[in-house]
Design a protein around this ligand. Structure first.
Ligand code: AHR
Length: 338
């Protein structure tokens, strides 16, 4: 409660007015993060932690699921028991959430899904979702590859591609794999293999090393995130091959996703990674805006897609097109990265 004393000059009587400033209650948010597999994930966790602070009026209960859906389900049940105000879920995979989301709904706790999506029978089991259009990311990367190889006069049947996938069943894997498969079908490219590497650098290196031993013809590696791309690059160099866009000289072209880790952007500038489709991890303020909408008694959009770009160090393509929509390609420079 604050008291405001107004004493006007030359006014004999003093006016005392009391203004009641309502204390904003602390909002308790239970966040089930799926893990810590990549630089993207670390940036995403940091965005949530730095947004849902005591100064901003929140108490954040942060649980790391360590890539296991069972851990995430346990975390959600704990949040329900603790009667949090909101549950935020970044799901490791899409399916298997119906029961626990029904429990949250029965407890009257709104659930906001962030980053990857859930595949549930009843869409009312969650309040809303915010994240990336992963299939569009894949289609943009494939559109860049098509344009680039056309400009280089490389026939489609000469592209021998491997897809280093994310963890199977995650929206980011499903969408990016679909985006590539569609382009393979449309362009007549050779998809040699698709192997999961769980979005990690170590697995990216391991599976790429095996694939390069088995298939000498591989000349494009489509990595479903930057950590896998860094691992693939290590494997290429360990095998005595060279990463780059000069396919006619036997180089191996790497495509990647995220654009979060500085090192990956630096390699893109140098041409070791040819193209990176952006995936934006800064969801903290977006989720906060949703919770504020709910606090105000309003209804947020059910699905919110983040606008994302595409990066390359090669200046020959400044724009790509998907379904008749043009997307600018950001040509990387030193100043962009530093
Ligand atoms: O779901 C987003 C994806 O998950 C990011 O591309 C990847 O780096 C992360 O692990």
């Amino acid at each position: 409660m604050a008291a405001l004393f107004l004493a006007g000059c030359g006014v004999r009587s003093s006016v005392v007015e009391e203004t009641v400033v309502p204390e904003r209650r602390e909002i308790v948010v239970g966040f089930s993060q799926l893990g810590a597999e990549s630089d993207w994930r670390s940036a995403n966790s940091e965005s949530m932690r730095s947004t849902f602070t005591a100064e901003n009026g929140y108490k954040l209960l942060f649980e790391d699921g360590q890539q296991k859906q069972s851990n995430q389900i346990t975390a959600i049940r704990t949040f329900i028991q603790r009667e949090v105000d909101y549950i935020v879920l970044a799901p490791v995979t899409e399916t298997g959430w119906d029961t626990v989301l029904q429990e949250a709904k029965d407890a009257g706790i709104p659930v906001v899904i962030v980053d990857r999506m859930v595949d549930v029978e009843d869409e009312d089991l969650f309040t809303c979702w915010v994240g990336s259009n992963f299939e569009l990311e894949g289609r943009k990367a494939a559109a860049w590859l098509k344009r680039f190889t056309e400009l280089q006069d490389i026939p489609p049947e000469d592209l021998h591609i491997v897809d280093i996938q994310g963890n199977l069943g995650a929206s980011a894997q499903i969408g990016r794999t679909k985006g590539l498969e569609r382009a393979v079908e449309e362009n007549g490219w050779d998809l040699v293999a698709a192997v999961p590497a769980d979005f990690t650098q170590a697995k990216g290196r391991e599976v790429t090393a095996l694939l390069l031993e088995e298939h000498e013809e591989i000349n494009v590696i489509y990595c479903e995130n930057d950590n896998e791309a860094l691992g693939a690059l290590e494997a290429i160099e360990a095998a005595g091959r060279k990463a780059g866009a000069n396919l006619k000289e036997g180089e191996i072209l790497i495509i990647s996703f995220d654009g979060v880790r500085k090192e990956a952007l630096q390699y893109a500038l140098e041409g070791k990674i040819s193209c990176i489709a952006e995936c934006n991890p800064l969801h903290g303020p977006r989720v906060r805006a949703i919770l504020e909408t709910l606090e105000a008694g309003k209804v947020p959009d059910k699905l919110s897609y983040v606008t994302e770009g595409i990066y390359s160090g090669d200046a020959s393509i400044t724009q790509i097109s998907v379904d008749g929509v043009n997307y600018p390609v950001t040509i990387l420079t030193d100043s962009f990265i530093s």
